[in-house]
Write a protein that binds this ligand. Structure first.
Ligand SMILES: Cc1cc2nc3c(=O)[nH]c(=O)nc-3n(C[C@H](O)[C@H](O)[C@H](O)COP(=O)(O)OP(=O)(O)OC[C@H]3O[C@@H](n4cnc5c(N)ncnc54)[C@H](O)[C@@H]3O)c2cc1C
Length: 381
């Protein structure tokens, strides 16, 4: 029986725990620093077909249909005048059982944690990692010490485990953007309830998409914004109503009526990875945002977290752990380049550049060869 420790009960940690739990030859423990799982009721997540295929291996297809939504199209609009630019049929990548899916983050987390009640140990924040031959010794802040055959690190973008191992050498960086998110209730008729709406503006874009069949919509905006080093670390700033009001009023073509229709508006700084960290030990691996956090403009963070978790599970099963890092780096670089490119293109300001972008966008969304290379390559695993 191989003993596996997973640090962090987010999407990647919970998914890989489910995969190992199905096998009899592993014993899994998930250590979570909080005293409960963060369900943040409401906020949405988009999952492309690559992750749906893998989630179906743990019966995601059996999740009640009213808890998820399958949009057909991404409609592109201009923030300036709300005119539609073009549309992309995202459902072209769907198969019978694997469809592009949008849902509440809480629905996904509830699904992932439902069979793991005994395995999740709350109030456990890691403080020390020691490597001894094939054994990994972990100490927690409450002074508990345990030994494992494998350590899987999935404690998110600010991974403390990665800081411990890299001696604070590999840290995420502020992406010079703020994320503004909230929920548009089903009673509102401000947006399309059947598709993903993507609005492109100057140094600003936002996305609205349904998160269930009951008509609630997720709102997520990404706005270029400079913060001083002190402001980046000051998390109380992002809870300050005056700061939130100031940011909202700075959004291009600010529309008070529109923002008033959004519930639970929250703002937070977006941090991303710049470097990879390879652990010199085949028994310790990173997955999810701890492995690499992307800019959010390609909506691949959760899908790649799921894909990476699955790859690591397969590698451990087949005793090919040494292949995991290189293969994951290759795919991650492809996704990261597209995420950065999307953000650049979505945020253009100069009218001539916008004209040229829209001209090409209208053609590229219909070009099968381009779509296969740009999206299809990522949606395959
Ligand atoms: C604005 C924005 C929008 C996004 N939208 C999308 C989207 O539409 N689609 C998509 O696919 N992705 C999206 N993402 C990305 C996605 O949310 C993340 O990639 C994904 O949640 C990463 O999962 P994870 O399990 O690696 O980390 P997390 O979900 O961050 O989980 C980490 C867990 O570890 C715990 N933890 C932290 N430190 C410790 C410690 N020291 N000890 C023990 N436990 C610890 C935390 O409490 C948490 O439970 C978005 C990201 C952003 C910023």
């Amino acid at each position: 029986m191989k003993k596996i420790a997973i640090i962090g009960a987010g999407i990647s940690g919970l998914f890989i725990a489910n995969l190992f739990k199905k096998k009899l030859d592993y014993q899994v423990a998930i250590y979570e620093k909080k005293n409960s799982i963060n369900l943040e009721e409401g906020y949405g997540i988009q999952l492309s077909v690559n992750s749906i295929k893998l989630l179906n291996e743990i019966q995601f297809d059996k999740l009640q249909n009213n808890k998820k939504f399958n949009p057909d199209k991404i409609n592109f609009y201009s923030v300036k005048n709300s005119n539609k630019i073009c549309e992309l049929n995202i459902s072209d990548f769907n198969t019978e059982n694997c469809k592009y899916t949008t849902l509440k983050r809480s629905s996904l987390i509830n699904f992932l944690k439902k069979d793991l009640e005994k395995e999740i140990k709350f109030d456990h924040s890691i403080s020390k990692i020691e490597q001894q031959d094939q054994i990994v010794k972990i100490t927690f802040e409450n002074n508990e010490i345990y030994e494992f055959d494998y350590l899987i690190i999935s404690d998110g973008v600010f991974s403390k485990s990665k800081s411990l191992l890299s001696k604070n050498q590999i840290e995420p960086k502020f992406n010079d953007t703020l994320a503004i998110r909230g929920i548009i209730p089903s009673s509102s008729n401000m947006a399309d309830k059947k598709n993903i709406s993507l609005f492109l503006g100057s140094n600003f874009h936002y996305v609205i998409y349904p998160v269930s069949s009951d008509g609630d919509l997720n709102f997520i905006a990404v706005m270029k914004y400079n913060l001083s080093e002190d402001e980046q670390k000051d998390f109380s700033l992002f809870k300050d109503d005056n700061f939130i009001k100031k940011i909202i009023e700075k959004t291009p073509h600010f529309n008070k009526e529109f923002f008033d229709s959004i519930n639970d508006l929250k703002i937070y700084p977006v941090f991303v990875s710049h470097d990879f960290f390879e652990v010199n030990n085949n028994n310790i691996h990173l997955i999810g945002d701890a492995f690499f956090a992307f800019p959010p403009s390609f909506a691949q963070g959760a899908s790649q977290s799921i894909e990476g978790a699955y790859e690591l599970f397969e590698n451990i099963e087949n005793n090919t752990e040494s292949n995991f890092f290189r293969n994951r780096v290759n795919k991650t670089k492809m996704v990261n380049n597209r995420s950065k490119f999307n953000q650049f293109v979505f945020h253009l300001s100069n009218p001539l550049n916008i004209f040229v972008r829209n001209f090409f966008l209208k053609r590229l969304v219909k070009n099968k060869k381009f779509l296969e290379g740009y999206l299809g390559k990522i949606y395959k695993n």
